[in-house]
Design a protein around this ligand. Structure first.
Ligand code: ADE
Length: 395
């Protein structure tokens, strides 16, 4: 993670986070560990909990706690009660800055610990779902401090969501099942940046890709990108593998399970485990559920068909694989580190609400990443600069 490393080296010299306590609710992975070390190098005291019950890499959590004396609350496979106890432990520490991946930390701070929320200077949000939740909180007048929507930086979602989720989702499905993708029909529900990445990579692996969408513009884009587009009620009978990545609830439901092929594989790569209606599937299977492999639950329906659910419907790229590779998290977490520095140096200047990542940070991350990759680009000539800033030259 060369961009994050360069930032960490500068942080170690300049200590922009000196004296600040950071409460972070993130997937506890090796990449997150690098981010936590960069923040500590900048002078921060770090309190970290998981942002998903299945995404923690236990060796990483132990390493940060034992070797770096950080406060870490995360264990892979924790149940919901323990997941929330861990968030509450971070809240109880009284963070000055928050980092969220899905907005659970800010939700608990706001609803259960308004006094702790009152002393937060600001926070960041990593993911699309979290930004959507934050905008709803803002609309309802509940947001008490400024939050920078890291997800919306170009150097985040154009790369992390598209290439990171695209690759790691297929990686998770393959690690969980060892299925051959070539020749299969893969149904991708949702054509946001994550869905685009998954569809593109699935096609590259030789799959026939069907996209389902509710947004006419995104659906049209999928058609012109060369995919078949149809409602899930039609796609359900055709797919061999289904991947939900909409950020919404109840995307695969009883009426879809009712017509799926026997042996269908169903996985989710959206933030929460609500996209696949597992209670409906459990009702249809009447308790006939086997675990043929780790991360695979095989539901046998009354008519003898089986449906294989991966990773309990949780983010399959983090449950069964290792999440996005470091090369792409480098940019996401560089944005995170620089956004926190921005909040620390502009404390009191930003009003409560959702804020964009400053453009200068986005551009700096791109410049540093290109430099790390050894890629040089052109500069505008003086004549070109003049041309772009004038209106007088036409046909
Ligand atoms: N989100 C997706 N992949 C991740 C990773 N490797 N580390 C932290 N958060 C992630």
């Amino acid at each position: 993670m060369p961009v994050l490393s360069a930032i960490a080296e500068r942080f170690a010299r300049q200590r922009p986070l000196q004296g600040l306590r950071i409460g972070a609710c993130l997937h506890v992975t090796t990449e997150t560990a690098n981010l936590m070390l960069a923040l500590a190098a900048g002078g921060a005291e770090v309190w970290l909990c998981a942002s998903n019950p299945l995404s923690t890499q236990d060796d990483v959590a132990a390493h940060l706690a034992l070797d770096h004396r950080m406060h870490v609350f995360a264990v892979k496979g924790e149940d919901n009660a323990r997941y929330y106890r861990h968030i509450e432990a971070v809240v109880a520490a009284g963070p000055h800055l928050t980092m969220d991946d899905g907005c659970d930390l800010v939700t608990i701070l706001t609803t259960k610990a308004p006094q702790a929320a009152a002393s937060v200077l600001g926070g960041t949000e990593e993911t699309t779902t979290g930004v959507i939740r934050l905008r709803s909180m803002e609309r309802d007048g509940l947001l008490r401090f400024p939050i920078i929507a890291v997800n919306d930086a170009l150097t985040k979602h154009l790369f992390d969501n598209r290439y990171g989720t695209g690759q790691s989702t297929l990686d998770g499905i393959i690690r969980a099942t060892n299925v051959l993708l070539a020749g299969k029909t893969i149904v991708v529900a949702g054509y946001g940046w994550c869905g685009r990445g998954i569809a593109q990579r699935a096609r590259g692996m030789g799959a026939h890709v069907i996209v389902t969408e509710i947004d006419p513009v995104k659906a049209l884009e999928a058609v012109m990108d060369g995919y078949q587009v149809m409602p899930m009620e039609e796609a359900a009978a055709r797919g061999d593998i289904f991947i939900t990545v909409t950020g919404n609830t109840g995307v695969l439901r009883e009426e879809h399970f009712a017509v799926m092929k026997s042996g269908a594989i169903v996985a989710n790569s959206g933030h929460f485990n609500v996209e696949i209606d597992l209670p409906a599937l459990a009702r249809l299977a009447e308790g006939d559920v086997m675990r043929p492999r780790e991360f695979v639950e095989q539901y046998r329906l009354g008519d003898g068909r089986t449906i294989n659910v991966l990773g309990e419907g949780r983010l399959i790229n983090l449950a069964a694989a290792e999440g996005h590779p470091a090369a792409v998290m480098d940019m996401s977490f560089a944005n995170q580190a620089l956004a926190l520095e921005h909040l620390a140096t502009h404390r009191g200047a930003l009003p409560p609400g959702v804020h964009p990542v400053p453009q200068a940070i986005d551009a700096e991350v791109a410049r540093l990443k290109l430099a790390a990759m050894g890629v040089r680009i052109d500069r505008l000539t003086l004549e070109q600069e003049r041309y772009l800033s004038s209106w007088s030259e036409g046909t």
